[in-house]
Design a binder for this molecule. Structure first.
Ligand SMILES: NC(=O)c1ccc[n+]([C@@H]2O[C@H](COP(=O)([O-])OP(=O)(O)OC[C@H]3O[C@@H](n4cnc5c(N)ncnc54)[C@H](O)[C@@H]3O)[C@@H](O)[C@H]2O)c1
Ligand SMILES: O=C(O)C(=O)C[C@@H](O)[C@H](O)[C@H](O)COP(=O)(O)O
Ligand SMILES: [Zn+2]
Length: 358
């Protein structure tokens, strides 16, 4: 029997997240009833996608394999259109299912392809990266990037179930594993401080894919996300807290033309958001200092070039939380007390940037 944890996600279309080694065996159950499955994957996880395909074929499902460009290069309308062509060629119907295998980029794309095909077919992310497991695969936010910015085109389309393949972490490049920890740390600051305690106690154990601490951290962060998206799928309010650190983070990703990983950009964005929380009179400096200390202990970046501010500030204006001309930030009123507030004081925004300016 595989050692799996089940984390339920509520809301109008509830589903389960399964976490653990051997979780792929659940795929035929989660896709039950589909005549066809399109398995979308990027080259680094081809072997894993082939295992998924073999299981589906073995359970009587016809499989179409669709290899997509890796990482952010796959999150484009052009790639999505190629996937829809494949679904058309395979005569995909509303009875069929899209399976996305890989990191957050592959599952964001797969979910978006599924959300649009026939105005919405079932989909299942099989997540193979930390970022994917603790964040991207859970919650039904799907989408692609455009020239205007990150994730600006997409849909809320909850999956039929989520499989977090912790055994796949053995092949995840170390840098990607560490990058994924930025979203885990985010979860600690906005909702579950035990995450921070566990990392501070032993940062090396926290990123050991063979040890129990990383598994606990993954499950804790999934539980945070499950609680939030179960209550507010469409980001009408509460869900915005999951964007802590992302206003600046997304701007950095775009400025770097996605050569920086999402997690690295979010890491800098978290330090910035913490400083802004202090400057707006909300957060104490000790909690602010924990941000950079914890992120640095995991080998994550906490600074960015000083001369980039003007460009980053301009990009932040297309952040999805903005309303009219006003930027809105997720800040902390204290540990695990996130709030979304408008900040229109340009001097304050620039002053907060000095905390990350290298
Ligand atoms: N939808 C959401 O709610 C949400 C949440 C967080 C992040 N995201 C998105 O997720 C993306 C970041 O996800 P990511 O950090 O997983 O990056 P990624 O998907 O780009 O994966 C990073 C790299 O690791 C490779 N990889 C993944 N799993 C592997 C494995 N087991 N073995 C070997 N290689 C493996 C990938 O192919 C890629 O080369 C961003 O596009 C971000 O916007 C979305
Ligand atoms: O699930 C959410 O909601 C999040 O904000 C989680 C983020 O970590 C994630 O990067 C998400 O893709 C960002 O969403 P966006 O709407 O700001 O693009
Ligand atoms: Zn994120």
């Amino acid at each position: 029997m595989p050692d799996l944890t089940r984390i339920p996600v509520g809301g109008e279309r509830p589903y389960d997240v399964f976490v653990g080694p051997g979780v792929l065996a659940e795929l035929p159950t989660v896709t039950k009833g589909a005549d066809r499955a399109a398995v979308l994957y990027a080259p680094p996880v081809r072997g894993y996608a082939e295992q998924a395909a073999a299981l589906l074929t073995g359970s009587g499902t016809e499989v179409v394999m669709v290899e997509v460009p890796d990482a952010e290069a796959g999150k484009s309308i052009a790639v999505a259109e190629r996937c829809w062509d494949e679904l058309g060629r395979a005569s995909f119907t509303r009875n069929d299912v899209v399976v996305g295998v890989g990191g957050g980029a592959a599952t964001d794309l797969a979910g978006f392809v599924a959300a649009c095909w026939l105005r919405g077919v079932r989909w299942v992310p099989v997540s193979t990266s930390i970022n994917g497991m603790v964040d991207a695969a859970v919650g039904g936010k799907t989408g692609v990037n455009t020239a205007a910015g990150k994730n600006l085109v997409g849909a809320f389309h909850p999956p039929a179930g989520v499989l977090c393949a912790t055994d796949a972490l053995a092949t995840l490049p170390r840098e990607q594993l560490l990058a994924g920890m930025a979203e885990v740390v985010k979860g600690g600051f906005i909702a579950d401080p035990m995450i921070l305690d566990l990392i501070e106690r032993d940062p090396a154990a926290a990123v050991d894919p063979a040890g129990p601490v990383l598994r606990e951290l993954i499950e804790r962060k999934i539980a945070v996300k499950a609680r939030v998206v179960g209550e507010d799928l469409r980001e009408a309010g509460l869900r915005e807290i999951l964007n802590y650190g992302h206003t600046l983070g997304h701007a950095i990703e775009r400025r770097e033309q996605y050569r920086w990983s999402h997690g690295h950009a979010v890491s800098v964005g978290l330090v910035y958001a913490a400083r802004l929380s202090v400057l707006t009179g909300r957060l104490d400096e000790a909690t602010e200092a924990r941000h950079a200390a914890i992120l640095s202990s995991l080998g994550l970046p906490v600074s960015y070039p000083a001369d980039a501010w003007d460009e980053l500030r301009a990009t932040m204006s297309v952040d999805k939380k903005a309303r009219g001309r006003a930027l809105r930030f997720v800040l902390l009123d204290g540990l695990a007390q996130p709030v979304t507030v408008p900040v229109d004081d340009e001097a304050l925004l620039a002053a907060a940037y000095r905390s990350v300016a290298a």
